[in-house]
Write a protein that binds this ligand. Structure first.
Ligand SMILES: Nc1ncnc2c1ncn2[C@@H]1O[C@H](COP(=O)(O)OP(=O)(O)OP(=O)(O)O)[C@@H](O)[C@H]1O
Length: 234
């Protein structure tokens, strides 16, 4: 595997009044192309901060983030916008679909952003939604809406998929379907998938689990044999 992501001495400080919060404190690690990574940690430990830094939604106070041999820390705002649009797929807890567009239109709208000719029907079929091309988000279940948002994120074939509590709003059965879809993406497309969660059970299916505490990497666990989604109990 080739290293896709390299963090060197990355810190992010937030100032509120006289107080400085180190939301990321001297992070150093690499992530390979095609890895499934779970980032685990309690509330306020810095998981979203880390995801935002990787996705170019925020800049570190110090340190370097190298993605695919490019130092994104030096990017201008315009370059960061291009990087986010072309290279990163984002999946959030609450789907973020456009309510007055159908499932298919929610995906094909990406064509304007990435200058591609994405076929919404083809991608929706890939995530098991061939019956739902013309439905609006309000006509779909939570799990189906999340699958549309995954379809939208993968349509542009991103280098990495950043998922912030992607099953947080779903029941366990539907959540497992989503996790299985993410595992399959890693395996079939060699996409790097990074999942931020509170749920330690997800660690079972990951290649590695990065444990975050107080903005620091507490330890990194390696799974020589990641388990299937059936091993997850929640
Ligand atoms: N924009 C901001 N301004 C000030 N402090 C912030 C900001 N964003 C995050 N923080 C602080 O940085 C720390 C890490 O926050 P972060 O949201 O990354 O944690 P988290 O692990 O994702 O938490 P949760 O699981 O509750 O979403 C917290 O102490 C938080 O209060």
């Amino acid at each position: 595997m080739n290293s896709l992501i390299k963090l060197s001495n990355v810190s992010k400080e937030y100032k509120t009044g006289n107080q400085i919060v180190k939301a990321a404190n001297n992070l150093n690690f690499t992530i390979d192309q095609g890895e499934l990574i779970v980032i685990l940690g309690p509330s306020g430990s810095g998981k979203s901060t880390l995801l935002n830094l990787l996705g170019g939604l925020d800049k570190p106070t110090s340190g370097e983030i190298i993605i695919d041999n490019e130092n994104i820390t030096n990017f201008s705002d315009k370059e960061l916008t291009r990087y986010r649009a072309k290279e990163i797929g984002f999946i959030f807890q609450f789907y973020n679909l456009i309510p007055n567009l159908t499932a298919c239109e929610n995906i094909e709208i990406m064509n304007d952003v990435v200058d591609k000719n994405i076929d919404g029907k083809e991608i929706l079929t890939q995530v098991g939604l061939s019956q739902h091309f013309n439905k609006f988000p309000s006509e779909l279940s939570g799990g189906e809406q999340q699958r549309v948002s995954i379809a939208r994120a993968i349509a542009k074939k991103p280098k990495m998929l950043l998922c912030d509590e992607p099953t947080g709003a779903l029941d366990s059965h539907t959540g497992k379907i989503i996790i299985e879809l993410l595992i399959n993406l890693c395996e079939s497309e060699n996409t790097t998938v990074i999942i931020v969660t509170h749920n330690s059970e997800f660690g079972k299916v990951a290649n590695r689990v990065i444990h975050i505490k107080n903005g620091e990497v507490e330890y990194i666990e390696t799974n020589e044999n990641p388990q299937s989604v059936d091993a997850i109990n929640w």
